[in-house]
Ligand binder design. Structure first.
Ligand SMILES: [Zn+2]
Length: 273
């Protein structure tokens, strides 16, 4: 049996050779206007689910399109358990897209993909069809090169853009048969420099309540000559001249943009958090 490295090299060689065909496949999926928010696009969403089913079945995955909620959009679940005892990877994706409004701001129609300067312009290309099709193609080339060294599962939903209940309900109902060692959620895009980003912890919400108590009136003023507590006395920041805890003016400045977005600063220094 080929080592993982040999397998990977063979898969990458095949992927490079098949680039045009793979892009053509992506363009085909991008032509499906699978907008989950619009009832008149429901049939297109269902067509997209079947489109994915056909490709996964062709790969040898045991695939089903599951109607979890009546009137909802189905979950596409595909399994390949050809490596008993080996780890299991679950790959997530969604086949629904956002509406394309405002239409007149598109240079080319949103569901007629166009390649300009090496970039594909189409609704859903970066969220999430380009992403999930890349994972599907990676698996396809891995199979063609040999056989994946781990077990694989795809879970595609059609209600991501409407925060639908179908996938959560499917997961709750089938938890025991969906055991996995890792989940790949690739639902991000590219950074400012054009590098594909693979963000972690994309799913879920964190709510934070931060109680903050302050005095009812203004108690601080800028007194550059007054040293901050614990400083050597040369601080250029002001301190609170009151019995209340000291806040410097620096404390009230918003965090630099790079802290909040993880993107590069205006000075060009790249920081990652
Ligand atoms: Zn998305």
């Amino acid at each position: 049996m080929a080592t993982t490295q040999v397998l990977m090299d063979a898969a990458l060689t095949r992927a490079a050779a098949a680039k045009d065909a793979d892009v053509a496949d992506l363009l085909e999926e991008l032509r499906i206007p699978s907008i989950s928010t619009l009832p008149e696009r429901r049939q297109d969403c269902l067509r997209n689910a079947e489109w994915l089913r056909a490709r996964l079945e062709r790969l040898g995955f045991k695939t089903e399109v599951v109607d979890v909620i009546e009137g909802g959009l189905p979950v596409v679940a595909a399994e390949w358990n050809g490596q008993p005892g080996k780890p299991h990877l679950t790959i997530y994706g969604h086949y629904d897209v956002q509406p394309a409004d405002p239409i007149d701001e598109w240079e080319s129609p949103p569901f007629e993909p166009e390649i300009r300067d090496g970039r594909i312009y189409a609704r859903g290309c970066a969220d999430n069809k380009g992403n999930h099709l890349a994972t599907l193609k990676a698996v396809e080339h891995l199979f063609a090169a040999g056989e994946p060294p781990i077990n694989l599962r795809f879970l595609f939903e059609g209600e991501e853009e409407i925060t639908g209940e179908s996938l959560p309900r499917y997961l709750r109902a089938n938890g025991s048969k969906l055991k996995t060692d890792a989940v790949l959620v690739w639902d991000g895009g590219f950074d400012e420099d054009g590098n594909p980003t693979l963000a972690t912890a994309l799913r879920g919400l964190l709510y934070l309540e931060l109680p903050c108590t302050r005095v009812g009136s203004e108690v601080w003023r800028r007194t550059p000559s007054t040293p901050s507590p614990g400083s050597s006395g040369s601080s250029r920041t002001a301190m609170v001249t009151s019995p209340y805890p000291a806040f410097t003016t620096e404390s009230f400045r918003p965090a630099p943009r790079s802290w909040r977005t993880g993107r590069s600063t205006t000075s060009g220094t790249r920081k990652r958090y």
